[in-house]
Design a protein around this ligand. Structure first.
Ligand SMILES: Cc1ncc(COP(=O)(O)O)c(C=O)c1O
Length: 443
């Protein structure tokens, strides 16, 4: 017999007598360490409680008087869940759509084996915003990349006529596409790969932003290569922006060799970089594109693959599926996530606020030339990189920013990414920059 008793909501949510609102940050940490996997290393001594506005969180920190208790403080969200919340936390239009849908329209969940009336809306909105022929809904970001990977292989065999099991997908060094076995098969990050082999065959990596390396590989093995599968700007690698002429050259090379250009816009899509999709900044169009994160408006996990009809057209019943991908509620949220992207012109705001943040970065670089090595980004996908010295530690910067009420996270030892909600207001950009300045000064 199981004696589990669960009652209450919010702080009163109580599991077998343990009320969530009574737990101190240390107690949260203890429970997570005991009962969860250690696959993340969250910032210490802080627990997010709820959202105050579109880019401010309320978090709990240990009380100075009593370590068993906590105090609540505001935290400017400089990361917005790794770009899952481009539309701003609790975006009113998306929340209203969800409430209306559940209370009035009453269709949360049916499987894909029977049609529901919201799929058509999502497909029309998603093909229109991406200017693609077809769209297939999925759930997590990595699933959209997985599906592009499968589609590239299938197109390679069925259309390009690559000999059976000889297909190669080319990726870029420093890539990040998620955590599935195929994504880590493409990764060159030792932490992501350790003891997860054997890995998927048929993958080759080239240095990012190196057209000659790609050309050499295409010249040597082009007949077996189905696709170059790649991020338009590398996010997890530390916001690496390629040269302006890289993508036009890549696109031309892919066309020359009849190789698909498959872009992973899970992090760069939905206005983040100052265009609806980052590839638009470079004047190219991929044949396939994966989207996730902000495709769910920060409310639900929603992802999708958009692409050419001859590529997505290679799917057949039984070759691909998802119980929850594109279910009615996700279709509504996905449609509204796109509606907000368009109506609020998030890309323009990303451009304006991104330029504001970048000019603060430039000032930082001239004020601290011995500490700041590089500043970079597009729109509101930004990062500053410090020199590779012990005292200039990205984690210390994150911890110090937290003390000053800003949430940001290092991507590597010396790089800190700032990517707030695209709804962020001017004064919060100035606040973030001011706190960064304080922290850098103190190092
Ligand atoms: C470019 C890119 N692709 C895929 C993913 C994986 O998304 P998810 O964690 O939702 O599976 C991420 C996550 O950071 C990403 O940045």
């Amino acid at each position: 017999m199981n004696n589990l008793v669960i009652t209450g909501y919010g702080d009163d949510l109580t599991i077998n007598g343990v009320r969530i609102g009574d737990l101190s940050p240390k107690e949260h940490e203890k429970i997570e360490k005991e009962k969860g996997g250690q696959n993340y290393k969250p910032l210490e001594d802080v627990v997010v409680s709820h959202v105050q506005d579109s880019s401010t969180l309320i978090c709990r920190k240990p009380s100075n008087e009593n370590i068993e208790k906590y105090v609540e403080e505001e935290l400017i969200d400089g990361l917005c869940c790794y770009s899952a919340v481009n539309q701003g936390q609790l975006n009113e239009e998306i929340v209203n759509a969800v409430i209306h849908h559940l209370k009035n329209e009453k269709l949360p969940t049916v499987p894909r084996s029977i049609r529901h009336k919201y799929m058509a809306a999502f497909l029309m909105a998603a093909t229109e915003i991406t200017s693609m022929d077809k769209v297939v809904p999925k759930v997590a970001g990595v699933e959209s990349w997985e599906l592009t990977f499968k589609l590239c292989r299938r197109w390679g065999y069925k259309i390009k006529k690559i000999p059976k099991n000889k297909c190669i997908i080319v990726g870029a060094k420093g890539n990040f596409h998620g955590r599935s076995v195929s994504a880590v098969s493409m990764s060159d990050d030792p932490d992501a790969r350790e003891d997860f082999g054997p890995f998927l065959p048929g993958i080759e990596l080239v240095p990012y932003n190196d057209i000659e390396a790609l050309e050499n590989l295409f010249d040597k093995k082009g007949e077996f290569i189905a696709a170059f599968s790649v991020e338009p700007i590398q996010g997890e690698a530390g916001v690496i922006v390629p040269d302006d002429d890289y993508w036009p050259q890549v696109s031309a090379l892919c066309k020359k060799h009849n190789i698909l250009l498959a872009m992973d816009e899970v992090q760069t899509g939905f206005g983040r970089t100052g265009a609806n999709f980052a590839h638009q900044l470079f004047g190219v169009k991929p044949d396939l594109m994966g989207c996730g994160k902000a495709a769910g408006g920060g409310i639900l996990p929603v992802s999708f693959v958009a692409g050419r009809k001859d590529v997505i057209g290679t799917l057949t019943p039984g070759s691909e599926g998802s119980t929850i991908g594109g279910y009615p509620l996700a279709s509504v949220v996905g449609t509204y996530a796109i509606k907000v992207l368009v109506d609020a012109d998030l890309a323009t705001n990303a451009r304006i606020r991104g330029a504001q943040l970048m000019s603060h970065y430039e000032e930082l670089m001239s004020e601290f030339p011995d500490k700041i090595k590089d500043v970079r980004g597009k729109g509101l996908l930004t990062a500053f990189e410090m020199f590779d010295e012990k005292r200039l530690d990205g984690h210390t910067v994150s911890v110090e920013l937290l003390k000053r009420g800003v949430y940001a996270k290092e991507t590597h030892h010396s790089t800190v990414r700032i990517a707030p909600a695209l709804t962020i207001e001017s004064h919060n950009i100035d606040n973030i920059a001011e706190h960064i300045r304080d922290v850098i000064k103190s190092l």
